[in-house]
Design a protein around this ligand. Structure first.
Ligand SMILES: [Zn+2]
Length: 283
């Protein structure tokens, strides 16, 4: 028993040293307060990186089915999922247990003064409105931080685990990762049509939201066609996408020239995606 344990720890430290994770832990132990209101800068987070790595080396893989059945496995599953489907625009994927972690995140932003009380209430309200629908993931950033290079966390609601695995990949990787990319890099429609903190005041918030969604939906649809996954869930997404398109088409008064150009450009892109989808459906 003692021998086995010795071998285990030796190999653990060896792997930790060669992976350069040990310096992270040492730095964490020396420099960083154990608890901090800024979670991303506290020791718990550094320890978590280390423990995640440990888990990655020694824990058995959790299957999607296991995560569906056992709620306590879902955060570990999401960590594992993120290693399989990495994305530099995403900080990490958080299981939104009891739908409370997202609220905590918003609360922290409110305390830091990054969102107002009014924004907070509005977000909580829209968050509740989306309960039970396909919009159950959130890659959120405060207005004014779009395109500043900040990678957001993605919050995954419990209801997402009711989906088939392919649909789960669709909404998380093909859809929500795009929102995260928009948060980090801005919305790049094409050269000369890029939306970020620098020019977002030229857009009404509702139009910004429609453009953001529209780009994410197009990617979801294209990837679903590529993966040959035209499931009922994707059909539901198409319905929502058509609604976005209708809303964009109904705008007749624009806030700025760039808003008008962006909307017109995106309407054409949406039409093309819808066309591709109906062709794939006929096949
Ligand atoms: Zn979306």
């Amino acid at each position: 028993m003692l021998n086995r344990s010795k071998i285990f720890w030796e190999s653990f430290y060896f792997k930790a040293i060669i992976s350069k994770k040990l310096p992270i832990l040492i730095r964490a132990l020396l420099n960083i307060p154990l608890f901090s209101s800024d979670y991303d800068a506290c020791l718990i987070k550094e320890l978590k990186v280390f423990i995640d790595y440990f888990a990655f080396l020694y824990m058995k893989e959790i299957t999607y089915n296991e995560a569906q059945e056992k709620e306590s496995l879902r955060q570990d599953y999401l960590n594992q999922f993120f290693k399989k489907y990495p994305e530099k625009s995403v900080l990490r994927i958080v299981y939104n247990k009891n739908e409370g972690n997202f609220k905590k995140h918003l609360n922290a932003l409110k305390i830091k003064g990054k969102i107002t009380e009014k924004d907070y209430n509005k977000l909580i309200k829209s968050f509740k409105k989306h309960e039970g629908t396909d919009m159950n993931l959130f890659a959120f950033c405060p207005r004014g931080e779009v395109g500043k290079g900040i990678s957001p966390k993605i919050f995954v609601n419990p209801v997402c685990f009711k989906l088939d695995f392919m649909d789960f990949v669709s909404i998380l990787v093909d859809h929500e990762y795009i929102h995260a990319k928009h948060v980090k890099e801005g919305i790049k429609l094409k050269e000369g049509l890029e939306i970020s903190y620098l020019n977002q005041n030229f857009f009404t918030p509702e139009v910004l939201l429609l453009l953001d969604e529209s780009v994410a939906y197009i990617n979801t649809i294209e990837k679903a066609i590529e993966r040959d996954n035209l499931s009922p869930q994707i059909k539901e997404l198409i319905k929502a996408f058509r609604k976005i398109q209708e809303e964009l088409q109904s705008i007749n008064k624009f806030n700025s020239v760039i808003e008008e150009a962006s909307v017109k450009f995106q309407i054409k892109n949406n039409l093309r995606a819808l066309q591709k989808y109906s062709e794939a459906e006929k096949r």
